[in-house]
Design a binder for this molecule. Structure first.
Ligand code: RI2
Length: 308
């Protein structure tokens, strides 16, 4: 059943599974399946294999801390267990619990964030965040009349998924290319984006281009909201660790032979938005300021969600 883990890691690496929340749930689900199907009943080999499975998942994509939090929430108790049954049962229980909490968190964020959209508003979103789209779809479900601009989000063009999803939900949505953000921003009331990682000092790491939306929103005096489950908060940043910004292959930007071989291509997938450009972070435990991230994280650590 290690194969399940390898297959999930491959699906995350190749972006068949995308979005920090979905990546985290896929990781937890793979560990649950790994534990459920484990064939031997010896504790030590199980823990060795669990460690390898965790490392395989964590190596798949480096930036979204949601995956790290999912793996640790799912495996922490097992490493303190005194029998195979206790270890295996804890992985199954904690991984299942993580996935359920994760889905509920997205729903709670939708309910909280939808209150920030009023009739007649113009909203902008970037990339394809299930948390941000949850907010927009919930506001629409409540009967609010508003328009959405969605960025294309090069190079993967996740904006295509976003506009399809919003159109299917009946939302009035307009696709724009990434370079049109500042032109459109003057008409925008609120921006809703997702999060891959939020640092202890309230900076947002999200799809590349997010910081440009934030700067343009700041200039246009539009509100800039981050929709983030608290498992996107990074415990490692409390200890001063930097967030690794993933760089992906050149082939995602240009086709083979399209440009001279001497031309270098730089393809960072995420960028960092300083806390001062963020009006609020909408989480499942409420709407908070970027300055509250540390306190929430410490509370969550105490709650056992991100126990090390
Ligand atoms: P949800 C995505 O990363 C985007 O950056 C998006 O804003 C973020 O994850 C959060 O997505 P990628 O996997 O968890 O597309 O809100 O690189 O779905």
């Amino acid at each position: 059943m290690e194969d399940t883990v390898a297959v999930t890691a491959h699906r995350i690496r190749t972006m068949e599974v995308r979005g920090a929340g979905r990546i985290a749930r896929a990781g937890a689900d793979a560990l649950r399946d790994f534990a459920t199907a484990y064939s031997s009943t010896e504790l030590e080999p199980f823990l060795d294999d669990l460690k390898k499975a965790s490392e395989t998942l964590l190596a798949s994509r480096p930036t979204a801390v949601s995956l790290w939090n999912a793996v640790h929430a799912s495996t922490k108790a097992a490493f303190g267990a005194s029998s195979f049954d206790e270890a295996r049962d804890s992985v199954i229980r904690d991984a299942t619990d993580f996935s359920e909490r994760s889905s509920k968190a997205v729903d709670a964020i939708a309910r909280i964030g939808a209150k920030r959209i009023s009739d007649g508003d113009v909203v902008m979103t970037h990339c394809n965040s299930s948390a941000a789209l949850g907010v927009i779809k919930e506001a629409h479900r409540q009967g609010k009349d508003f328009k959405v601009f969605a960025t294309e989000s090069r190079p993967w063009r996740q904006g295509i998924f976003t506009v399809r999803e919003l159109a299917e939900a009946g939302v009035d949505v307009t696709l724009i290319i990434d370079s049109a953000v500042r032109t459109v921003m003057r008409d925008v009331d609120e921006v809703f984006v997702g999060a891959d990682t939020v640092t202890s000092h309230g900076a947002l790491v999200n799809k590349v281009g997010t910081s440009q939306l934030a700067l343009a929103a700041h200039e246009a005096r539009s509100r800039f909201y981050v929709c983030s489950e608290t498992y996107k908060f990074s415990p490692m940043t409390v200890l001063g660790d930097m967030v690794t910004i993933e760089e992906r292959d050149v082939s995602e930007v240009v086709a083979p032979g399209e440009i001279p071989d001497s031309v270098k291509v730089y393809n960072p997938v995420f960028d960092s938005t300083p806390a001062r450009y963020i009006d609020a972070i909408i989480t499942e435990v409420g709407m908070i300021s970027p300055g509250s991230v540390y306190d929430i994280m410490v509370r969550q650590l105490g709650d056992g969600i991100f126990k090390e």
